[in-house]
Design a protein around this ligand. Sequence first.
Ligand SMILES: [Zn+2]
Length: 412
Amino acid sequence: MTDDDAGVIRSVGEGDAPGTPDAGSDDHVITPGFVDAHLHLPQFDSIGQDSMPLLEWLNTVIFPAEIRWADGAYARSMTRRVATTLLSHGTTTVAAYATAHAEGTQSALHALAEAGIGGAVGQVLMDQHAPFELCFPVDEQIREAKLLDAFARGLDAFPRLEFSLNPRFAISCSPALLRACGQLAADLSANRERPVMIQTHLSETLDECDLAVRLHSGPGLMTPADYASIYDRNGLLTPRTLLAHCVHLSASERSLIRAAGSVIAHCPTANTFLQSGTMPRRDLVRAGVPLALGSDIAGGPEISMPRVARAMIDAAKVISGPAAARDVHDDPRLPSPARAWWQITGGNAEATGFVHAGRLAPGLSADLVLVRPELHSQWLTRGDPLGTLLYSWDERWIAGVMALGRWRYLRA
Ligand SMILES: [Zn+2]
């Protein structure tokens, strides 16, 4: 049962609840709405532009798409369309990137709030190694980020939907921009219950790692020990920092991230699509680094979080080598389907600090997906039901998606 005014779950139980609308019968399953821990809102029309490594793909495919967000009205209509797509796939919470444009980012925050989607959206901070249309002076970006943070905090959707600081990655950000961003993160987080979220990319490809270290060395700068140190020395590794990819980390970088309490957003579909490498999940789990899971649209081509979860298991299998005698449910090398399902719901919510999402529990946001799986009649009682659900997953089974207590998508 939900409390319609606040959009939060009042109680959770089994069987019919008098006075509540019918939401399926015995052949339906209810799961918490999915949480996508890494995606780019302006890139949804760029899915599937293949055959390029990361840096070439950014220049050829992505930057031209993001330049279009200079038009705030375009950004708003595109975000509305993206929100409809996300909801129809069961995603109700996102950690998202907008573009370098303040007006476009504000439009995106507004459109996601209207659609009932929670999470965080950040203006992409960048001032070098990109077209001039996406690069802005440091002072201007910092001023805009402060205004956007205040705008987001004034929305009815806050704190379920918040503003984040998104320095794109060390290649697109000058030392001065990263320094100012770290200072702003500290200023915005002072006296707040929850620090401001920081989203960025780290160690997706080897070319990127080399270039990042080169760009942040040189006159007046101490050569960084490695890529992660660039963020660390600018105050950008915090317990609310979400680092996308981390495919090629050294042992010392893993230790640095663990000590900072930052979270890695694993994006297996993107790492395969752009042939960036396979993230060594087992090493990161062993090192005690918290993990989240993201689609990374459009680096990743897959919107559906159950499919991204499956790709996480596939990537772990590829990197762990040939099968040996093992228990897949206990082996940290191989996340089980249940673990994968938890990851795209409660696990991602926990790792990102989206405390309102990811679970069906009183007081949390009423975000849920009503599913009617078309499976053999014993699927719930035989074998591993979540394994069957995950590996057979079909979007057409989604009968309805509720976000903040309202049905936002109902299958025709
Ligand atoms: Zn990304």
